[in-house]
Design a protein around this ligand. Structure first.
Ligand code: NI
Length: 178
């Protein structure tokens, strides 16, 4: 297990559409274990593979308070097949530290995906889990939560974004230097 550096806003990989997996090999499984380690270490509630520099359609979610490994949800090639009831709520992102903003997301979703053993599944999710899944799927499509903010909110954080992208450009690991 190892903690991976998190790609910050400004890193080109965060704007790329990630690739679907056709099979899950040992490298992918090791990546998932490292992603889980990285998410917990940085107190995140979700993480997408592009955030650790791998352009693959893998997301992990854990919105529980206990942060037990067993509660981590791993979804490979996630797809939203139903979505309803939009709601506005504040979000943040490990790739954009120190930044928050209101994003409209569906309250209830149905998703399809494959688990770490390659088994296809479908599930319904509500509230915070649904929101986290939509946020992480956005990452797989090169979309960040700040892209969904109002123009006014985007303006308000532009200075902070400039600072974060300067760290990304100089390849500075924000979380390690803290
Ligand atoms: Ni994020």
């Amino acid at each position: 297990m190892s903690i991976l550096p998190i790609k910050l806003y400004g890193s080109p990989i965060l704007k790329k559409k990630a690739k679907s997996l056709t099979k899950i090999d040992e490298n992918d499984k090791n990546l998932i274990v490292d992603m889980i380690d990285t998410m917990y270490t940085n107190s995140g509630i979700g993480l997408a593979a592009p955030q650790v520099g791998i352009s693959k359609r893998i997301i992990i979610i854990d919105v529980s308070d206990t942060k037990e490994l067993i509660e981590t949800m791993v979804i490979i090639n996630p797809e939203i097949i139903k979505a309803k009831h939009e709601k506005m709520m504040e979000e943040g992102c490990l790739s954009i530290p120190g930044t928050k903003g209101d994003v409209k997301r569906s309250e209830t979703i149905k998703i399809a995906g494959i688990d770490i053993n390659g088994t296809e599944f479908e599930m319904e999710a509500n509230g915070l889990i649904a929101r986290a899944i939509q946020h992480e799927i956005d990452h797989l499509n090169g979309i960040l939560f700040i892209d969904r903010l109002s123009e006014q909110e985007q303006k308000a954080i532009s200075g902070r974004l400039k600072y974060i992208s300067s760290l990304a450009r100089d390849n500075i690991d924000y979380y390690m230097q803290k």
